[in-house]
Design a protein around this ligand. Structure first.
Ligand SMILES: [Ca+2]
Length: 218
């Protein structure tokens, strides 16, 4: 049964090159590596599957999903945004901000996103020279980099897109869809906070706002 042998070979080939396939999809569609299932686990799972039982691709179904992603989700996001703007201003809750009413005695005070809360200097400035070096490789125009260029760098953290989206929202302080060097340094600082296992705040705490932008907010 040559057809079956053909499929067996195809299976071996696909499992063997799954890492490269991931890398290609990441590159072509700018997907964060953190959004892919674990490579080894996926290879093991595929190994135990009978590829003969896989259904052929139904392009009609894919079209429906594309349609949903392009229109329905976009429509839904507009509604979510409307709802967000109607919500009363929220207090920062959870994670590093738990028990802030206990001041310095609260759980996690001064850690994660709370690091530098008592410092006079902007805590992000400590590592900014390092982030600046990357910033200037991302083709800034008038001192700002585009979302696409920032994304290319940020996905290297391997954090899932949902987390990176949250970081983007916190870091693009003036909401112009671009990052200047301070906003970019802040984005990287928040990535570091998350990678070190801390929670991200829902709103940017005052001590993380770049000093030059504090007047914009007030
Ligand atoms: Ca900005």
């Amino acid at each position: 049964m040559p057809a079956v042998f053909g499929k067996d070979n195809k299976k071996k080939e696909l499992i063997g090159s799954l890492g490269e396939i991931y890398a290609r999809i990441e590159r072509e569609h700018q997907i964060s590596p953190g959004d892919f299932p674990n490579l080894k686990k996926m290879q093991d799972l595929l190994q135990s599957q009978d590829f003969n039982k896989f259904q052929p691709l139904k392009s009609k179904l894919l079209e429906t999903v594309d349609e949903m992603l392009a229109h329905d989700i976009a429509h839904l996001m507009v509604l979510v945004r409307q709802e967000e703007t109607q919500k009363p201003v929220q207090m920062v809750k959870g994670g590093a901000f738990e028990g802030t009413q206990n001041g310095p005695f609260g759980h996690g005070y001064g850690e994660g996103a709370g690091e530098g809360i008592d410092d006079e200097d902007w805590v992000v400035a400590r590592d900014k020279p390092m982030y600046d070096e990357i910033f200037y490789t991302l083709s800034p125009v008038n001192g700002k980099i585009t979302g696409a260029n920032a994304k290319r760098e940020m996905v290297k953290s391997k954090l899932p897109n949902t987390v990176l989206g949250k970081i983007w929202k916190l870091a693009d302080i003036d909401k112009d869809g671009l990052l200047d060097d301070e906003e970019f340094a802040l984005a990287n600082h928040l990535i570091k906070v998350k990678l070190e296992g801390h929670e991200l705040p829902n709103d940017l705490p005052c001590h993380l706002i770049p000093p030059s932008m504090r007047k914009v907010i007030e």
